[in-house]
Design a protein around this ligand. Structure first.
Ligand SMILES: *[C@@H]1O[C@H](CO)[C@@H](O)[C@H](O)[C@H]1NC(C)=O
Ligand SMILES: *[C@@H]1O[C@H](CO)[C@@H](O)[C@H](O)[C@H]1NC(C)=O
Ligand SMILES: *[C@@H]1O[C@H](CO)[C@@H](O)[C@H](O)[C@H]1NC(C)=O
Ligand SMILES: *[C@@H]1O[C@H](CO)[C@@H](O)[C@H](O)[C@H]1NC(C)=O
Length: 490
């Protein structure tokens, strides 16, 4: 470890090494927060006992991220300018108060205004943009956008024998928790929710109820932290959940390598323990520990200035202390992984095409479209069948008039009681003339059975149709040559 730390430190000081950082993607968790949703019997569930509302960033959390921002400024002084450059640095956060606030305070530590940036002598702060998207619409960072394919994959995993066997080991523990918290604890995520609340209360030196002594932290920790492996448990789940962010980052690296003028030097992502664990787990680098506040994954693009080769290096800092991150050993590639190799190894993640990969309803949609098409088709046949007498009549008229007509447009209004209305009442037929359109509405027929007048608006169907026919059409066989290419009903 000391060796890798030494190599790592040497890589940092560009003036001594031959490898330099060209681009860095930083993914961090928010800082210290209050519990999100204390359990029903929690003695500390009164929100006013806490410094801020539930789930919000505390002052401790603000200090943590401010310090981390200052550390980024130092570490990356070689690749990012002191002055904020909107073309080189991109910051994105999930759309949650504590991650947005963490990003804000982190940037305050990273970008204190200098020179012309100073806009208020009493405030050593300047605004830096933070981009976000609604969580339900964010497949990249929040990883919460609905994906039908993912839901199926997760369901299959949750219902697998291996998962059920694993979970059943904790049945006694879950019953114990359910009994004392009065909240139904039924899976690893539920265990983690309780563990997380107790962890925070313990951190805040609040006395935990007696029943917790036999289970917290030891018995709860392992199943609680295991919950973070579930979301990316299978290659498909990992691809759909963690793929979009890793794909974005690798694209940024490739842009930088090809010296695109708009290539970013740094992208910063403010997320949650869920984000950190999903990325580590998808990369095969998750160690089973719950990610701590401000834990940070760094993916760096390195360039060897003599060979001009590019490498990816992944580091992880899983503590709130400001310490050098550990360089992680990329499976089958090592601590400095040639980028082409990296892309090969993680092809399953990077090649994700989220929109189309998620469209599992595709099959269902196809079936639906198929049925709609069939129905339209049957409806057309039905119309043709019901009104074919009229069509034939039309055509006979046309053919008799002028055999050179290539196209006719006809509008005919028909009433439901066809035999009576059309034949018995001698509805006026549309008159066709050469190359023109005849749309004379039919005379309103009277119903012979009860003598009432049918109005067109009430009961009749108007069909407008285009007829193509051959100049050489033989009137004797013409009904086989009638092609309706377009009709509209009114
Ligand atoms: C929470 O604590 C405050 C202040 O001690 C008190 O006024 C309030 O009634 C408590 N709320 C509940 C739901 O117990
Ligand atoms: C809890 O107690 C420890 C030890 O006294 C102290 O260092 C820490 O700041 C306390 N935590 C909080 C959140 O007050
Ligand atoms: C941090 O990561 C290292 C290496 O994976 C591990 O040994 C250590 O236990 C982790 N610490 C915490 C607090 O998770
Ligand atoms: C690589 O970079 C180092 C530090 O900037 C420099 O001393 C060295 O001469 C460079 N080597 C080449 C081949 O450019």
């Amino acid at each position: 470890m000391y060796l890798s730390l030494g190599v790592f430190l040497c890589l940092l000081c560009q003036s001594f090494g031959e490898v330099s950082i060209k681009y860095a993607a930083i993914i961090y968790r928010h800082g210290d927060r209050t519990p999100i949703d204390p359990y029903p019997t929690d003695p500390w569930r009164n929100e006013s006992l806490w410094p801020v509302r539930f789930g919000q960033l505390t002052n401790i959390g603000k200090r943590q991220h401010y310090a981390l921002g200052q550390w980024f400024r130092k570490r990356y002084s070689n690749i990012i300018t002191d002055k904020y450059d909107s073309k080189k640095v991109y910051v994105r956060s999930t759309n949650v108060d504590r991650t947005l606030m963490s990003a804000e305070v982190n940037l305050a530590g990273m970008y204190p205004p200098t020179g012309k940036e100073v806009w208020n002598d009493h405030l050593n702060w300047q605004p830096i943009p933070i981009h976000t998207r609604p969580e339900h619409d964010d497949e990249v960072l929040a990883m919460k956008r609905k994906c039908a394919q993912y839901d199926i994959a997760k369901n299959n995993f949750i219902n697998s024998r291996a998962y059920e066997d694993h979970l059943s080991k904790y049945e006694g523990l879950m019953d114990y928790l359910t009994q004392h918290t009065l909240r139904k604890i039924k899976d690893f995520e539920d265990i983690n929710d309780i563990y997380n609340i107790l962890f925070i209360e313990d951190l805040y030196n609040l006395t935990l109820p007696k029943w917790t002594h036999s289970v917290f932290p030891d018995k709860l920790k392992e199943p609680a932290c295991y919950s973070f492996s579930i979301a990316t448990a299978t290659p498909l789940m990992a691809r759909l959940l963690a793929g979009p962010l890793l794909k974005t980052i690798v694209n940024n690296m490739l842009n930088k390598m090809s010296e695109q003028p708009d290539a970013l030097t740094m992208s910063i992502y403010s997320g949650h323990d869920f984000t950190i664990a999903n990325i580590l787990s998808a990369l095969g680098l998750f160690d089973g520990n719950c990610p701590s506040y401000t834990s940070t994954i760094i993916l760096e693009l390195l360039n060897d200035n003599s060979t001009h080769d590019y490498y990816v290096r992944i580091s992880y800092r899983n503590t709130t202390d400001i310490v050098e991150p550990l360089i992680l050993n990329i499976p089958n590639c090592g601590e400095m992984c040639p980028i082409q190799r990296f892309i090969q190894i993680y092809d399953n993640l990077i090649s994700v095409d989220w929109e189309s990969d998620c469209l599992v309803q595709n099959n269902n949609n196809l079936i639906i479209y198929f049925f709609i098409t069939i129905h339209i088709f049957i409806f057309i046949l039905y119309l043709q069948d019901n009104y074919s007498d009229v069509f034939k009549q039309e055509k006979r008229n046309e053919l008799l008039r002028n055999r050179r007509i290539a196209t006719d447009e006809t509008k005919t209004c028909l009433c439901p009681d066809l035999e009576h209305n059309v034949d018995a009442n001698n509805v006026e037929k549309p008159q066709l003339s050469e190359n023109t359109v005849s749309t004379s509405p039919p005379r309103v027929p009277s119903n012979p059975r009860n003598g009432t007048q049918l109005t067109q608006q009430q009961n009749c169907l108007c069909v407008k149709f285009l007829v193509f026919r051959s100049k050489l059409a033989d009137p004797a066989h013409d009904h086989n040559r009638l092609n309706i290419v377009q009709f509209t009903t009114e």
